[in-house]
Design a protein around this ligand. Sequence first.
Ligand SMILES: [Zn+2]
Length: 497
Amino acid sequence: MMSRDPAGTETLVRGGTLFDVRRPLTSGDILIRDGFIVDVAPTIAAPRAIVVDARGKIVMPGLVNAHIHSSQALEKGLSDRYPLDTWMLLASSYGGVSADFGPRELYVSAMVAAIEMIRSGTTAAIDMPRIDPRRFQDGTDAIMQAYADIGMRVMVAVIYSDQNFPGSLPLELIPGAIEALKPARIAKVDEILPAVNDFIRRWRGRNPLLTPAVGPSSPPRCSNELFEASVDLAQGHGLRLQTHLLAAKSEVFVGHQRHGGSTVAFLDRIGCLKEWASFAHAIWLDDDEVRLFAQSPATAVHNPISNFKLGGGLAPIVALRKAGARIAIGSDGSSSADGQNMFENVKATANLHRNSHEYEDWILAEDALDMCWDGGAGAIGQKVGRLESGYRADLTLLHTRNLFITPKEQLTGQIVHSEFGGSVDTVLINGDVVMADGRLTRIDEAAIHAEAQEILTRIYRGMPERERRFFELYPMFRDLERAVFRAKLPFSRYCGA
Ligand SMILES: [Zn+2]
């Protein structure tokens, strides 16, 4: 479908139906130079450009996945039975199969995540991989290299924390839990931050698609000292930061003990609610926290599929939105979400809140797409998510064998409610064609898949032990969950508590 002029430095996407929620639906051409859209018009003459023939196809901005964990990409389908806190201990990266991945496994895992995202029309992502601290540098390099090889736009905020997972739970609620689960400090701040600094120094400005960022795991999983130092690092060096916010109700207790009350107020006090910060999940906010968060320029990242899978709760997205908060959408990692498909998550964002809210507050199809594109752009801090001059040329082309092209209202509804990525045909990132006619252009997909299968076969040997530990630990976690849910805390009525 492409004709190539070897002297051409421009790319022309010709004759597609141009769809984004902020412009009328028209047919036209898009001219790309140096990774940016430089013109959008009914016809553009660019005789020396590389031509991507988009006639009969829909051209839309690539989707933005604002929260993933690439180190979990091989864990799809392995964690059906675990509720959130037990899952964190046994199955997420804390104790999960990827906890001792070396650089090659991390590379393959990131590649599997990226393949899945590009194949389902996502062109930009924020990744919070967890890496064994002993392999922090080699591991981060391997993940960055995977994204460089496949040509995807990614902000990588490697997760770190200075406490083990039990250290982030209110174990005092359950007799015997402290002795059994052994909460502990696992690293010192002055060991962690130099490693994060090294990673950022090595990758900052090295590849125009890749942004190293700061990734403290969550307020309860970091000491106040580590979290405050992370904010200083981001603020002082002009870096972006992503973390998790109140994903589990149990975290509210820890916030009360460690931050003197509200976790969101703590984040505000230490200067973290800024436009360079994004917060995955944002579920257990009370009404005051919703207001405080919404007044700030920070972004909340909604992870609807993951939250529902783990029984984590319904995030107060409608309340946050009404109060004016910036909201993006992410899939979360494959250990909880079982995939990285943003069509699925945009649809869930549009539909999941309807049963619990008045009709006037429903999130409609175009609202959900706008959160994905515009909210995602805000979280990653780049001009992506629109078909306009000056924006990054990250484009997803859909074939129209399953979609009706007009009217625009119907197309918007179909893309949100009917499409799951099967129509994704061609993908451009930064103006480069990374997928053409259903084929990834820069990597050997079959070889990656075969290697992922080998790694999974090894991983699966550990599953019986994981199940055994689950049944051993579950009574304690069940008591913890019951104690947490019995407690009277000032939750928003929007939380579905
Ligand atoms: Zn997460």
